[in-house]
Write a protein that binds this ligand. Structure first.
Ligand code: DGY
Length: 433
């Protein structure tokens, strides 16, 4: 275990670029929002100044309306498509003048990450003073979400692109692609020069991805226009659970800092409304789990994915619901011949154990589910998901995603996508500590 721990530290140090981390070389050569937050949790275990710098750099790229972009293009790189010239964040009047970025966001992990840094810190006083210097920016980011991304004032925010979900090519989005017919764009993919194309999204999927961005660009990334026009407009249980988890962390941290009653009061209002709405609108009582809601076509997308269980991470389900969810997780995802937790329902015909978010196990989701299960008293399943995560890393290395089928692990080649992937290393360090 000591060797693996040292390897994880080496992965993080190698992916560190002076003031931020890349998720992995070549495939992802810039700073990504939720990667960055989760990476900081790993650094906090052995190098708190880097953890703090990572978050500081991320927040430095915040727009003046509170928005935080999903990719910050710190450098020029021709190993990635689509780059800054495609995304054109400058079209938005409040975008950063200092950094080029995308005009979309990612699950807002920063609030709970600050609380994790505080949990891990051996010098709470110093870490609290770092938190005091950054927390208002995170609050402003939440304010952006509730003011700009909640058109029906429900306490649930929308995402307008599959890359905002973090679960980029989940089979859930197939339902949306069926409603669209984008042009065949001509472009040169770079991801498939670094990684086997069978493990990445298809060309036609990329046409859909680019088309949604074109619509947002034509409207200068205006949130109201996007809400009116984007063919992709989703209330995602993972995204909203992460936002609610981060709200709670901000409430707790402002409580420790003191003198912030007005912000705490506002956060509590968002929290109450959001919790009620996610429990009434995104819970599918027939399936017994949380699912995505398609705001554009006003309907639930009734598929079970690892995102379906993430409300546990924010302590949102009742005791009864939580028990039902865990029973379903074990019945569908938890057979003894599978590692927990496949990213998509292994009993569905859309399941693919090798392809990005269409089935493989991801360490970041396992990490959220581990804490969610533990907080809700499911100690045995929490132990299983933690041990499974450690074992798949031991078997294969710090890959981006892994085959959930145990039989595929026999020759140590069941790790897919990027290698020496930062958050796999970072969250491994947190799980073993
Ligand atoms: C990619 O390029 O696949 C990224 O995940 C987009 O965020």
């Amino acid at each position: 275990m000591k060797d693996l721990q040292n390897n994880a530290i080496t992965v993080l140090n190698n992916n560190w670029k002076d003031k931020f981390s890349i998720p992995c070389a070549k495939l992802y050569p810039f700073q990504w929002f939720w990667d960055s937050g989760l990476i900081a949790i790993g650094f906090a275990h052995f190098d708190m100044p880097k953890a703090e710098k990572e978050i500081e750099t991320l927040l430095d790229a915040q727009w003046s309306n509170g928005f935080i972009p999903h990719i910050i293009f710190h450098t020029e790189s021709d190993s990635y498509f689509p780059g800054p010239d495609f995304h054109r964040s400058d079209l938005h009047p409040q975008s950063s003048e200092k950094y080029k970025s995308t005009g979309m966001t990612q699950p807002p992990v920063t609030g709970f990450v600050l609380q994790d840094l505080y949990r891990i810190s051996k010098n709470k006083k110093a870490t609290l003073s770092f938190i005091e210097s950054t927390i208002d920016k995170v609050y402003k980011n939440h304010e952006y979400f509730y003011n700009q991304r909640d058109p029906q004032n429900e306490g649930l925010v929308y995402i307008y692109h599959n890359w905002e979900s973090g679960t980029d090519n989940s089979p859930i989005w197939d339902d949306i692609w069926d409603t669209m017919n984008p042009p065949e764009y001509t472009f040169e993919r770079r991801d498939t020069t670094h990684v086997d194309a069978t493990q990445r999204p298809s060309k036609r999927e990329y046409d859909h991805y680019l088309h949604i961005i074109e619509i947002a660009k034509q409207n200068n990334y205006n949130d109201q226009k996007i809400a009116q026009l984007s063919p992709f407009l989703i209330q995602d249980p993972l995204f909203n659970a992460v936002l609610l988890k981060s709200n709670q962390s901000l409430i707790d941290l402002y409580g420790i800092i003191g003198n912030n009653e007005d912000k705490i009061e506002q956060l509590q209002k968002w929290q109450k409304k959001g919790t009620e709405s996610i429990n009434s609108k995104l819970y599918d009582s027939e399936l017994g789990v949380y699912v995505h809601y398609d705001l554009r076509n006003e309907k639930l997308l009734r598929h079970i994915s690892s995102s379906s269980f993430t409300p546990l991470f924010a302590n949102l389900p009742s005791k009864e619901r939580a028990k039902k969810m865990v029973d379903i997780m074990m019945a569908k995802f938890g057979d003894s011949d599978q590692y927990l937790c496949a990213s998509f329902d292994p009993t569905s015909d859309r399941f693919n154990p090798k392809k990005y978010w269409r089935g493989p196990v991801w360490v970041n989701l396992n990490w959220m589910l581990y804490y969610g299960l533990k907080q809700n008293g499911f100690d045995d399943v929490a132990k299983r998901i933690k041990e499974d995560t450690i074992e798949i890393i031991k078997n294969n290395g710090f890959y981006e995603y892994f085959d959930p089928r145990k039989e595929a692990h026999k020759d140590g080649k069941a790790g897919y996508g990027g290698h020496n992937f930062s958050w796999s290393a970072a969250l491994f360090l947190d799980l073993i500590n």
